[in-house]
Design a protein around this ligand. Sequence first.
Ligand code: ATP
Length: 618
Amino acid sequence: MTSGKINVTVENIFPLIKKFLYSDHEIFLRELISNATDATLKLKHLTSIGEAKVEYGNPIIEVRIDKENKKLHIIDQGIGMTKEEVEKYINQVAFSGAEEFLEKYKDTAKDAGIIGHFGLGFYSAFMVADKVEIFTKSYKGEPAAHWTCDGSPEYSLEETEKTDRGTEIVLHIAEDSTEFLEDYKIRELLTKYNKFMPVPIKFGTHEEGEGDDKKTVDTIINNPAPAWTKQPADLTEEDYKNFYRELYPMQFEDPLFHIHLNVDYPFNLTGILYFPKLNADMQIQKDKIQLYQNQVFVTDNVEGIVPDFLTMLKGVIDSPDIPLNVSRSYLQADGNVKKISNYITRKVADKLKSLFNDNRADFESKWNDIKIVLEYGMLSEDKFYDKAGAFMLYPTVDGKYYTLEELKEASKELQTDKDGNLVILYASNKDLQDSYIVAAKEKGYQVLLLDSPIVSHLIQKLESDNEKLTFARVDADHINNLIKKEENQISKLSEDEQKNLQTFVENIIPKEKYTVKLEAMDSTAEPFIITQPEFMRRMKEMSQTGGGGMFGMGNFPEMYNLIINTNSDLASDLISENNEEVKNEKIKQALDLAKLSQGLLKGEELTAFVKRSFKNLK
Ligand SMILES: Nc1ncnc2c1ncn2[C@@H]1O[C@H](COP(=O)(O)OP(=O)(O)OP(=O)(O)O)[C@@H](O)[C@H]1O
């Protein structure tokens, strides 16, 4: 037997390991199972190239709890280690790895979040155990070795009687970590971190079959060949759906579609992303994209790796090239990570384009569920914006879907104003803006339905990128002014009459809210119309939804125009009405009707209006 002292330069490394990794003790299991997996895959490789002259067979990794003796065993059938290798890999290499980790992060480790991303390796076992043993037999056939360390820098290493190949790690679980002797806890960790690891992991047994056929079989916790590791050509639609359910067992809704990622140059990355049906209320999503490194779960915080707008998607990304052992801020500056993010953006755009081209009707039917993600993508990723023109849709209030180019084509004849600007009309709420929509449709105009919360930002961007293209909400002005044409309507009222009427109305309505404007319109158009100027409203919306818009605009009061159609019968009527009281009543009634059209008549005002209207019926 040899015994020795691990070469310590950081004093008392074990208490340090325990202390610094306090919040993430559970990763020890992931680390040990990763080592067991590596050892197994190494053997597979060596046998496949004829280097190891042993039968590879069907190796598994077993996790076993010995509650009575407070031990946790992790057993593999991999390459194992000779005594010299234990000396080298465990006492020197692994230790220096752990030591380096602590050296580097002892000051920053407390800011949680980064910790889980470090492979502390073998020594993370000391986060939960006060004594660790290794029994290991190398495939090379040399005598087995037994290493023991009780958490002080002293260890012992001797030959032992193990006959089967591989490594067994025995953790003597510490008093404060006995939760790791509970079945449920270990199962939970295995499911969280090892669900898709490439070597079968056994944890306990269960009964299978009925009656005489009943037998005890190993319980395998993982799926060693998850869908993303396969070729798209080998997978059916159903396979993708099944994998979605496997990833998110609590999710009952099918995804809308998937994107299989597969790249090996200039970095390695595989994965499957799913577009979920988004909840209308956009509640915080519990099921997030999961990041794996060679089938080992790392995190479901993919910020910085996946472009922001795609964090609403679900699925998995697996890459050995993502530098996991570094902090978030470093990650964002890393060139490789930026490339990965760009690749994903491009892949998603390509997929959307092919979905659009292959089955437009189906794509349109999914539009409502995906538009938010795409709109957000257009606003936040230039690379996506550049590609999105090919599949971005603009639905009309009647359920017709145009691309921007198609829309320009369909509306340029009627909707180009006298200055040559193409004016795209839109509504944000079909019900509330119905009277304005009707007025626009009577002129043969197209009216889009753009109802996402960030749409004001999007149209702002479209306007600045498309020359001579403007957007106006249907209630931004009266219909003749929304798209100004050459012809000027003549007013039936004289200048004096107009002035009189304006002053009279201004005295009755709240001036701080409405600006009164007299316009000569068709005599059949409504006499009183309330509009909300596009620019002010859009800036206000933009500053309310953040990023852009005029600073502080969000707190401005709503401002409206009250347009009086001087060619309407009511206008003439009001001019000739001599009874002030009757005139007053008529103006109030007309204003209320205009408010009603805009959805602005509520509460006490509505009650008063209803009362007055009934009285007038008499
Ligand atoms: N179950 C095992 N079977 C065979 N060798 C092992 C086993 N566990 C650990 N080793 C050896 O010990 C070394 C150190 O392990 P450790 O987990 O500390 O670091 P690592 O796996 O190299 O890196 P990482 O920090 O990513 O975990 C391994 O590289 C391997 O050679």
